[in-house]
Design a binder for this molecule. Structure first.
Ligand SMILES: [Ca+2]
Length: 413
């Protein structure tokens, strides 16, 4: 993503000027009051426009938006999109233009609820979290620790000074504060992103605890603020950033039950470039699997407890691919500490970590092969529906063993 329209957008809070009292508007007003002034523009008047014509210049797109009564806020280059602000609504001619592929309203996305568990720490030395052990990650560290694999975490940022994480941070951007001009301050103000990242990449340093792929490189794509909500346009910009830094794995412990064409477009773009995409299935058995987990390009992960039982909250449906530890999972937490949390948000990074182990062992493996092998080597739980567990519990040891076998057969290079 590049801030091509930087300077045109003030980034200031805009007041609603309307007398309409629709339930949707009231809902967005209620959410807006949660946002500190200057940090959230009125996204109910924002639209995400994906252009069909790849040859349009930034100036031409800007001009088209202005003709339709709007102003451009920021561009998402990988999908040829622009996010625009339309204070008085949009002239319909833009949506009908042959140059335009889709026009969608921007929308708020809340982080999935996360349930608090017990305090995982207390002993000196380094703990082996039960989740890391139960996916058999330590059993393959002699072969692979995720060395140098670029993992991009789209979340609430990271505790940059955490001694169990900072060695593995390769870079990051903050899309929360001002997506038209993403800054370098991606400090986590919520805790969620720090916890998720520790599951993937907490260091093996004889302190604290350890993650699944302790030598992986983390790129931090901060899209959530301190209250745990964001806009779909920020998430799209955050995934676009992951593509731009050459991420090999993207973890998305987030979800929405609305399907956005522009979101799916950026997911497809990443997938087509060989990125392994992993997402939380969701924490609602009522509403099923959330997006992006429900997109076929994404590895969708349900949550499991320490006794190999599926979590009560874990979303179910035919789009569940795998199940991984997600109940009372210990990991890093700001500032400089540790906490146990539960949610499919915690399950997804276990699988992202194994994907990083896989790619450090065999760099360049196609993302389709990664998904296929992770699923075909999973351990199926007896008596549990595939709608709850997908192909089963992900397992690092069986995954790497399978690669060796396939190589011997000449099935993969
Ligand atoms: Ca450690």
């Amino acid at each position: 993503m590049s801030p091509i329209f930087q300077g045109r957008f003030t980034g200031k809070f805009r007041e609603l000027k309307t007398t309409t009292k629709s339930p949707i508007l009231i809902f967005s007003l209620a959410l807006l009051t949660l946002a500190p002034e200057g940090r959230a523009q009125d996204i109910s008047r924002q639209k995400i426009i994906v252009f069909k014509n790849k040859n349009l210049t930034a100036e031409q797109k800007q001009s088209l938006l202005e003709q339709a009564g709007g102003e451009a806020l920021f561009a998402v280059d990988s999908i040829n999109a622009v996010v625009g602000y339309f204070p008085y609504g949009m002239d319909k001619s833009l949506a009908k233009s042959s140059l335009v592929g889709s026009v969608e309203d921007d929308a708020y996305v809340k982080l999935m609820p996360t349930f608090t568990g017990s305090d995982p720490r207390g002993e000196p030395g380094e703990d082996m979290p039960w989740g890391v052990a139960s996916v058999w990650a330590p059993d393959v560290w002699g072969l692979a620790e995720g060395n140098g694999v670029k993992v991009c975490v789209v979340d609430s940022g990271i505790d940059r000074e955490h001694f169990d994480l900072k060695a593995n941070i390769a870079g990051g951007k903050n899309f929360w504060d001002d997506p038209s001009n993403p800054g370098d301050d991606y400090q986590d103000e919520l805790g969620h992103g720090t916890h998720v990242t520790g599951i993937i990449a907490a260091s093996r340093n004889n302190l604290g605890l350890v993650g699944v792929a302790p030598q992986s490189f983390i790129y931090v794509s901060k899209v959530f603020g301190p209250q745990g909500f964001t806009s779909i346009s920020r998430i799209i910009a955050g995934v676009d950033y992951c593509i731009s830094v050459g991420a090999q794995v993207v973890n998305m412990s987030l979800g929405t039950y609305d399907d956005f064409e522009a979101f799916h477009a950026v997911i497809r773009k990443a997938y087509d470039q060989g990125v392994v995409l992993v997402a939380a299935a969701g924490n609602s058995s009522i509403f099923g699997v959330a997006f992006p987990a429900a997109y076929p390009e994404v590895i969708s992960v349900a949550a499991l407890d320490e006794n190999n039982q599926p979590a009560w909250f874990s979303s179910r449906g035919e789009r569940v691919d795998l199940i991984a530890p997600g109940v009372d999972v210990p990991s890093t937490y700001p500032p400089g500490s540790y906490r146990g949390l539960s949610g499919t948000s915690m399950a997804s990074p276990h699988v992202a970590g194994i994907a990083a182990l896989f790619l450090s062992y065999r760099p360049g493996t196609d993302s389709r092969d990664v998904k296929h092998i992770l699923k075909s080597t999973a351990i199926r739980l007896d008596g549990v529906s595939p709608f709850i567990q997908g192909a089963g519990v992900t397992n690092a040891y069986r995954t790497l063993l399978m690669i060796k076998r396939e190589e011997r057969r000449g099935a993969i290079n």
